[in-house]
Design a protein around this ligand. Sequence first.
Ligand code: MGD
Ligand code: MGD
Ligand code: SF4
Ligand code: MO
Length: 887
Amino acid sequence: MTAPVVRTTCPYCGVGCGVLVRRKADGAYDVAGDPEHPANKGRLCSKGSALAETLSLDSRMLHPMIADRLVSWTQAINHVADRFKSTIAEHGADAVAFYVSGQLLTEDYYVANKLMKGFIGSANIDTNSRLCMASSVAGHKRAFGADTVPGNYDDLELADLVVLVGSNLAWCHPVLFQRIVAAQQARGTQIVVIDPRRTATAETADLHLALAPGSDVALFNGLLRHLDAAGAIDPAYVTAYTSGLDAALDAARADDPATVERRTGIEASKLLAFYELFTKHQRVVTVYSQGVNQSTAGTDKVNAIINCHLATGRIGKPGMGPFSITGQPNAMGGREVGGLANMLAAHMDLNRPDHARIVQRFWKAPTIATRPGYKAVDLFRAVGEGRIKALWIMATNPVDSLPEADSVSRALQACPFVVVSDVERHTDTTAYADVLLPSLAWGEKDGTVTNSERSISRQRAFMPVPGQAMPDWWQMAEVAKRMGFAKGFGFKQPAEIFAEHAALSATDNAGTRDFDIGAHAGITAARYDTLTPFQWPQPDGHAVGTARMFSDGRYFTADQRARFVPTVWREAASAISDAYPLVLNTGRIRDQWHTMTRTSKTARLMGHIAEPFVEMNPADAARAHVQATEIAVVRSAHGSILVRVQTTERQRLGSVFVPIHWTDQLSSSARVDVLVTGNTDPLSGQPELKFTPVTVEPFQAAWYGFAIGVRPPNRVGLEYWALAKARSGFRLECAGRTQQSDWAEFARRVLGIEAAADMLAYRDATTGQHRFAVFENECLIAALYVANRPAVVSRGWLADQLGQRFPGPHDRMRLLAGRAGDGVPDKGAIVCSCFDIGATQIATAVTGGGCVDVAGIGAALGAGTNCGSCRSEIGRIVEHTRRATVE
Ligand SMILES: Nc1nc2c(c(=O)[nH]1)N[C@H]1C(S)=C(S)[C@@H](COP(=O)(O)OP(=O)(O)OC[C@H]3O[C@@H](n4cnc5c(=O)[nH]c(N)nc54)[C@H](O)[C@@H]3O)O[C@H]1N2
Ligand SMILES: Nc1nc2c(c(=O)[nH]1)N[C@H]1C(S)=C(S)[C@@H](COP(=O)(O)OP(=O)(O)OC[C@H]3O[C@@H](n4cnc5c(=O)[nH]c(N)nc54)[C@H](O)[C@@H]3O)O[C@H]1N2
Ligand code: SF4
Ligand SMILES: [Mo]
């Protein structure tokens, strides 16, 4: 008998891939792409493919806790409800707040929003989506009168030109990227990438514009002006369906070509090449994400892009449109339930009395919030200033992900009452909780999510409930009941919540609001169980959802016309200076998800990049007196971090890049948001996460070390460290400013071993080398390599030796040498995580195996043939190796 297959949705990015999960005979799970899901048609990326490896319960939070004491759910719920009630009684409803997440399911989010806005009566509920797509929401509302994503994924395949602005799609939305690359190969779709860095995405582009950070408005104003001059504006469309073109053109004309060239730092010929491509192709999709949104000019950047699509009438038709790609699996669902401090439920407006009446009446709520609450950055400032006295954080890790992050931890420290619902016991945020509530994780919980193309899909449970973990919606409904709101929160299962949410969306709607899923109002549990993906809107009576919005040229503004918005380029809020001469850009790497609470559990995903780094141009590195592979201090006006230096020409002069992922759980001091400014976009409240003035300085290490261990090495007292999971244990990078007097003693402390242990040692005073390997029953259990310079050992190979037998002196010597012997290939850093193929193997297949391209590497090694996330990196290695061989 074969085990049943559960159809669910990937919990990571906003592509929203369908996943098939099967329980194997050994109890482990097998994860595969769902061929029937419209988003991915069977594909998965490296993170999706590794989902089965992240399901362990090792570090999970499994019991409610008050002040580190295990308590029952009743005690925990009573305590939370009582504290919220007494705080409200004493200080008013605006003295409490929820800070939630685009990783909640729609049902969780709906309950949170209902409780805060309709029953507590405050709009102090904001979400990490404020850091993610608030500028797109604000831009959509300005242009369309509603927060509507016009197109869909098929448009990316139907387009003749795909413009990617501030999006590293190859790493952040890999399955969508693969769909575009397939179209590029099959039908010659042109790809333009607009990003200050030459990213993996840019490597595959036909044209890459490495613009000066923050200059997008000037670039798109220049495009609008060019479209006008070239006669490419569609007067029929503009006259029939829009208003405000003249004012937008006037604003754009302020940026003459020379000004655009100066502001963007892009030479005129390249700018013209892009403008001409855009002019020539009718079928253009402009995809944008955080390089656009996370800026003090974020909303203007969004509208500068939309202006160009409206002017050419390229919206609402196959293969064309502006396309805001969402990051989190349910960023869209959160918008639909109104989970932001300036929205009401079901895409209704907080400041419209008619909308407030609809929602309040539908909820039979005692009150309704009519004033916007605090947006994320201000919310934590209000916590810090004592204006918010009780805070519930759910499915997000603000101590790591909010700007000026050290002031966030200080605010939490000072806050009288902090509740954290999470799935992990130890995060940088759970450390500040008065009450910890264990939530069900992916694979254990049921509900819906909405992806970037408005497609609503089910997440389904396939695992048993661990410990006492409970769904997030249940936790809030119980607290609501205990606060005296039993009537509004009697939900017994997520289907009931979804049914109510769908009914609200259709209430007094009749086509006046974009979000209407009335076809699913009152859905039964049985139908909810079998729900297949559909695109909203799907009003009552419609058999299927809506693939494309605005096809009829009607928008959701009062006069049903789309609005052009005049946009004016302005500088980032903080300028570089002599003290802070470099611009810090932050973002993602391919195989990690945010604060790594789940993706760090698998050695396969840690094998790609195992350590936090700062990527900089070699000339900037030389000026800062730091070298590749050394540790550097990156400092801003707000704080400093320690990270490894990487130098590359792909990084623009004057800009440096640091990934967002590392936390205090896995590194000594690499939380990048400690550095980042809390300046926000005046309209959207989204912080400027991609532009912080910083300086880079040498760390002045006296020694560098690399350790492995079957148990995590001890980090106490280490100045610099970064920990990562390896296949049979852990690996640790470390460094310090002062030499140790007794390295053997140091090794025993870091490796956590007894004095009597079987420890082999090697010392070379000239290079400051100290090497130790520790055995138990002839098996390697730990090792440490220290030197004056960054330790040159084969890290992947060494980590793979943990637990292996080393009976003889010859093998043991090889271990101390830190390298595989002759004839045993060293993989190098893992590039293809699906097949575990490293950079050295790829280079060897070029030099010794005659491979000349990505396809050849795929045929020879398998690398790049499964999820495809690594194909652009393979291409880069092949090209580099071939060039090196020719020279
Ligand atoms: N592997 C992985 N994938 C993810 C995530 C993850 O954590 N890991 N997170 C998901 C989430 S929540 C999100 S929001 C998305 C984000 O997806 P993306 O937006 O694609 O990712 P980022 O790396 O944040 O930033 C994108 C690019 O913006 C560029 N950029 C910086 N400043 C500017 C500028 O002024 N103008 C322009 N045009 N570009 C600029 C950066 O160099 C960077 O390459 O990814 C989602 N997917
Ligand atoms: N400098 C800089 N900062 C950034 C960004 C950037 O580009 N640059 N990007 C921003 C963006 S776009 C985003 S989206 C944020 C992301 O930042 P966060 O939201 O802070 O990051 P995550 O690691 O996804 O946090 C999710 C938390 O929820 C927990 N969790 C997982 N599943 C569940 C569940 O079902 N229920 C509950 N209750 N908890 C769960 C996880 O263990 C984890 O602790 O970071 C933002 N911060
Ligand atoms: S692209 Fe990858 S991370 Fe995103 S939903 Fe699909 S499998 Fe998950
Ligand atoms: Mo995000």
